[in-house]
Design a protein around this ligand. Structure first.
Ligand SMILES: [Zn+2]
Length: 391
């Protein structure tokens, strides 16, 4: 792939790396060499990030992509149909996805690596904990898995979440489920709902809203706020063309800590009216929450547009509350509502997990963002957002 550098020349990722590795003055994305010791790292030292292979000190993550799907997404259970078969494509999925994550890892130099990816596929929409462990073992990139339920955007709410959202005491039971997934291990989707559990822990809670907040989504938000308050685990959200401010306000009202709330999918029509809702982003940031530009590389979230919006937040004094990612999924099953699925139903893509660290980073530098600020954005902010006192 091609990136445009500050000098206006175009070069491949490979040649950029060669340049970085051989240049005496350049130290990778951040161009200045300084140790990882800052107030942030000291504070984070007591806290850890919970990956699928166990907890690690936050400063070991390196550059972290905060909202990705790897290897897959499958909405079948939302339509009460069986998920697409994994076994026939499992090894292909692992090899291909590990290759894509390795490309991200290799795009980082030593002071930026090894790299981490937050896998934001929540309960029963293609989250297979054992598959994530096998993937993590095949790449140097750390993988952080999600508890939580998805929303009603583009598909119904999961029937398990609907049931808990209407039952007496159901929201508390949902919160208990999230806490269990964070402190003991995630549910194993090979059984019926809640029947079996793994000992693989989640390191973040993923929830979301459709265009407007639906009753089941409200239940998931309240449960997430309770679980986050109890464990310290961060919450990350899906938004659907707006709603991020309402999400943040609801989560905070229900006890979540602003520094553990990440409002996602920002960067396009976030106030439901304007393509670039800079004022709206500032309102979320003023609450103390993170504003996450996690669709870098998607058509309507063009890189220069995302960069402009990020720079506006930095100018407003909110550098430490900006996060980035791509929201890519190498595999998904488009026939989710079909009663029967075949291995051939899997749709595969080869998404690029390096756009944020190459194209977006170059654009931000071009717009005057310093190397140190870029490091804060790509490396230190994720550490702070993801770290908590792991049990
Ligand atoms: Zn996503």
């Amino acid at each position: 792939m091609h990136v445009t550098t500050d000098s206006g020349t175009s070069e491949t990722l490979l040649s950029r790396r060669t340049m970085l590795n051989t240049s005496a003055t350049a130290a990778g994305l951040f161009a200045v060499s300084h140790p990882l010791s800052s107030a942030v790292s000291e504070e984070a030292a007591a806290l850890r990030v919970q990956t699928v292979l166990g907890s690690v000190p936050a400063e070991r993550l390196g550059v972290t992509l905060m909202h990705e799907h790897a290897p897959l997404v499958d909405w079948s259970e939302l339509f009460e149909t069986s998920p697409a078969p994994i076994a026939p494509v499992r090894s292909e999925m692992l090899a291909k996805t590990a290759g894509l994550l390795d490309a991200f890892h290799h795009s980082l130099n030593k002071s930026e690596g090894p790299g981490a990816v937050v896998e934001t596929t929540p309960i029963r929409v293609g989250r297979y904990p054992k598959l994530l462990v096998d993937l993590a073992k095949r790449t140097k990139v750390h993988l952080i898995a999600s508890s939580g339920f998805w929303c009603e955007a583009l598909a119904p709410q999961h029937p398990w979440a609907v049931r808990m959202s209407v039952q007496k005491g159901g929201v508390d039971r949902m919160a208990e489920l999230f806490v269990r997934e964070i402190t003991k291990g995630m549910e194993d989707p090979s059984g019926s709902w809640g029947e079996r559990y793994t000992d693989i822990r989640a390191g973040i809670i993923k929830i979301g809203t459709s265009t407007y907040l639906r009753p089941s989504e409200r239940a998931c938000h309240i449960a997430a706020a309770i679980a986050s308050q109890e464990t310290g685990c961060p919450i990350t959200t899906h938004t659907t063309t707006g709603g991020g401010l309402e999400e943040a306000e609801l989560l905070l009202k229900r006890g979540a800590s602003p520094g553990k709330v990440i409002i996602g999918h920002q960067g396009h029509m976030d106030d439901r009216e304007n393509e670039e809702a800079d004022d709206y982003h500032r309102l979320i940031a003023r609450l103390g929450c993170y504003v996450q530009f996690d669709r870098v590389g998607h058509a309507e979230y063009a890189v220069p547009k995302q960069a402009r919006q990020i720079v506006k937040l930095i100018e407003g004094g909110f550098l430490k509350q900006v996060l980035v990612s791509h929201d890519h999924a190498p595999y998904y099953c488009p026939n989710y509502a079909a009663a029967e699925k075949r291995p051939a139903d899997w749709k595969a893509a080869s998404p690029d997990y390096t756009t944020a660290t190459t194209e977006l980073a170059a654009e931000l530098r071009k717009m005057g963002v310093s190397a140190a600020d870029l490091r804060t954005l790509l490396l230190e902010n994720p550490q702070r957002a993801l770290a908590f006192a792991v049990a």
